[in-house]
Write a protein that binds this ligand. Structure first.
Ligand code: SAH
Length: 227
């Protein structure tokens, strides 16, 4: 069974995302265990303070090192973790390769920052991987943590049923995106489904899908300036 431990200053954030749909089902089937740790539970001073002003006089607040050290050291004392992932705009931009790698390992800690970020010494001491979910700034790492967990979980054998199969998803074989999909009605307000998909000719359908995949991938590279 794969296990995720999330460390967050706002654990309530996860009530919805981790208890719905595929992520919930994966836990119900005992394929995944997810624990959310409240950073504040590891602040041992009187006011349970988890943030403080930055050295160097910038505006904003920084998450203090002590609660992270306390929490991560407690987890490491109980269990071996293959990955300690820090969510950060400075990280490697998350992709399907990283999702596959994480889906093959057992225990992963994901650390979510807030405010101006986390005291750098926490990262220096514990991070095995810094992950960004894109070149933009989020208010916190929680959304990134959910994104990582969602994409990893759907790769674990037994999580998806056949009709949801991850194998023909985009990015599963290299960098090719999926062809567009259609369902009934075949004619909706005069917009018709490509005739080949209704033809029943498997060979032609396959060729059409490959052609569309290539077209879409080319366009994706262009709009993402990857050429
Ligand atoms: N001051 C920092 C941003 C901090 S945002 C800077 O300018 O670089 C607060 C937290 O949100 C971060 O600690 C991180 O956990 C999370 N975060 C923000 N953007 C992110 C992104 N693109 N990917 C992953 N996590 C992100």
């Amino acid at each position: 069974m794969i296990r995720f431990d999330i460390i967050s200053a706002i654990p309530d954030f996860f009530n919805g995302p981790l208890n719905t749909s595929i992520i919930k089902r994966a836990q119900d089937k005992n394929l995944v265990e997810i624990y959310v740790h409240n950073l504040r539970d590891y602040a041992y001073d009187k006011h349970k303070q988890i943030d403080d002003r930055p050295f160097g006089g910038e505006p904003g607040m920084v998450l203090k090192p002590e609660p992270f050290f306390e929490c991560i050291e407690k987890l490491l004392a109980e269990k071996e973790y293959q990955n300690i992932v820090f969510t950060s705009p400075q990280g490697i931009i998350f992709n399907q390769e990283i999702a596959k790698k994480l889906s093959l390992e057992r225990n992963t800690i994901i650390v979510a920052g807030r405010y101006k970020g986390i005291d750098e010494r926490v990262r220096e001491r514990f991070a095995t991987l810094d992950v960004s979910i894109g070149n933009f700034i989020l208010s916190g790492g929680e959304i990134a943590a959910v994104e990582i967990i969602d994409s990893v979980i759907r790769l674990i054998p037994g999580v998806l049923n056949d009709s949801e199969s991850a194998l023909n998803d985009s990015f599963m074989d290299g960098q090719l995106l999926s062809a567009p999909v259609y369902t009934r009605p075949a004619d909706y307000r005069g917009m018709t489904v490509p005739a080949v998909l209704l033809s029943g000719n498997e060979k032609l359908i396959k060729e059409w899908k490959v052609k569309k995949s290539i077209e879409i991938t080319e366009n994706w590279k262009k709009i993402n300036r990857m050429e």
